[in-house]
Design a binder for this molecule. Sequence first.
Ligand SMILES: [Zn+2]
Length: 345
Amino acid sequence: MNCQHQNCFCSIIPPHLLSEIVYRNTGKTRENALQTLITTEQFRGMRQNSSSTAFVPIGQKWRVVFDARANTYLPGVLARSEGSSKTRDIAVNEAYDGSGATYDFYWQIYGRNSIDDRGMRLSSTVHYGKNYDNAFWNGYQMVYGDGDGIIFERFTKSIDIIAHELTHGITQREANLAYYGQSGALNESMSDVFGSLIKQWILKQNSSQADWIMGSGLFKPKIKGLGLRSLKQPGTAYDDPRLGKDPQPAHMDEYYNGPEDNGGVHINSGIPNYAFYLAASAIGGYAWERIGRIWYLTLRDSLRWDANFEQAAQSTIIIAKQIYGVRSKETNAIIKAWRQVGVIR
Ligand SMILES: [Zn+2]
């Protein structure tokens, strides 16, 4: 599916993981995962009216959080808007604070004014559906389920998931990477990379202190898993009888060629994720400062909607050369990283 402005649907939990849960579990866990899959399918292709053009001063946030009250109508009832005080609902506050932190990161680090770089309103809906096992960006807003409480916590719990979803909005406005195959895996990877970077920025962690895990804290304590994906060691994020094993490859030799998950958008994203991690850890320091900036400029200025891994690799190398120099540490680290994951020779 193409992630066009009208019908983008980018969810954090891929369909193959929900299918595994349906296959491996019984009772409520199975029922909730099945219901999430069905609701997700119904949602695909639906179109919404956007009312999020902003007229706010440059560099100022404009956040609104809605409560779906366990329904699937969007956006739901207004629960908190910009400048209003905390509510008693933790999910509302997390969506508000998380979208604010994501806005601050993009503004302070890369000078980007919201999703569209023109101050677009950041809309979130929480308590979507009943025990809904997912979070997604639908082309206009972020949407979060509460999770089933057995495998998944509420989806606003991890700041990197909030940042991941918002970054889908940025990708849609910039490279607009088609949500299938390698361009789709790049789309997912960009969301994972910046999701992780925003968490690192909030925690003031350098590349060796960071956990590089997407969605840490999302699984209930009994689940054997650190989170949904690992940029540092793709394929090792979880391994649990109720979920199966993390299927992400870290090298082109293990590239997934099947039809599931839009041609493996959440699977093969492990390869560019790992390239980013390798380059960032070779350079050291705060990953958002140099390698992160190169990736951001690649997404903003260089990638086309149908970009493949090799084109993305070449784009990051060209931008690294322009900013830091042909023989710089940064350029060499990026070339080495893409070679190590088998994307370039
Ligand atoms: Zn995603």
